[in-house]
Design a protein around this ligand. Structure first.
Ligand code: VGL
Ligand code: ZN
Length: 182
């Protein structure tokens, strides 16, 4: 049996409407993700977890500062079902867009040690951290799925979401709907 992990990227208050870097309909991914959790051998989350003096904030409004409310999970996310919680972007010199850059756990080794061969990526945001995480998952040799109804984009330029999906598809990611997962 192919073992599979759900990778929930950055479903944090600051990326949801009303947050410091709130994305349109960012909160809509939450019920979709909660419904899927039971289908996986392993459920893993990442959290953007920046120091207040990060160089990252030269590109972005201040968001997801470690330990703040903005860095907490969306309150409706069923975080009790999460087996492993990753922190990324923790160094003041790094963007940490990919969950594979988590600084508390070496994610690729962690997955391989548990014989996970397929990774399903969802969460926020389509054009940054979801994309970088999915591309790294492919590079690390995992069968990589992106759940298209469980992601939302920054869309700094209109169409960035479509572009990101095309790039992920062209790199070997498989695009699926949450309803297709067994
Ligand atoms: C993200 C912008 C800045 C993300 C994180 O989670 O996609 N985007 N930091
Ligand atoms: Zn960030």
């Amino acid at each position: 049996m192919m073992k599979k992990a759900l990778l929930i990227v950055d479903v944090q208050n600051d990326f949801c409407p009303g947050g410091a870097l709130g994305v349109k309909e960012g909160d809509k991914v939450v019920p979709v993700i909660n419904r899927m959790m039971g289908l996986f051998d392993l459920v893993i989350s990442s959290q953007d977890w920046h120091p207040a003096d990060s160089v990252h904030f030269e590109k972005w409004p201040v968001h997801c500062v470690a330990g703040t409310h903005g860095a907490d999970f969306h309150p409706e996310l069923n975080s009790e079902k999460i087996d492993l919680k990753l922190h990324k972007g923790t160094d003041n010199k790094d963007d940490g867009y990919s969950a594979f850059e988590a600084t508390n756990v070496a994610l690729a080794d962690y997955l391989r040690n548990r014989e996970i061969s397929a990774v399903y990526v969802c969460g926020l945001t389509t054009d940054y951290c979801v994309k970088k995480t999915a591309l790294d998952a492919v590079k690390e040799g995992f069968h990589t799925y992106v759940i298209t109804d469980a992601i939302a984009a920054v869309n700094a330029q209109p169409g960035d979401d479509k572009k990101a999906l095309q790039e992920m598809y062209a790199s070997g990611c498989i695009l699926v709907g949450s309803g297709e997962i067994q």
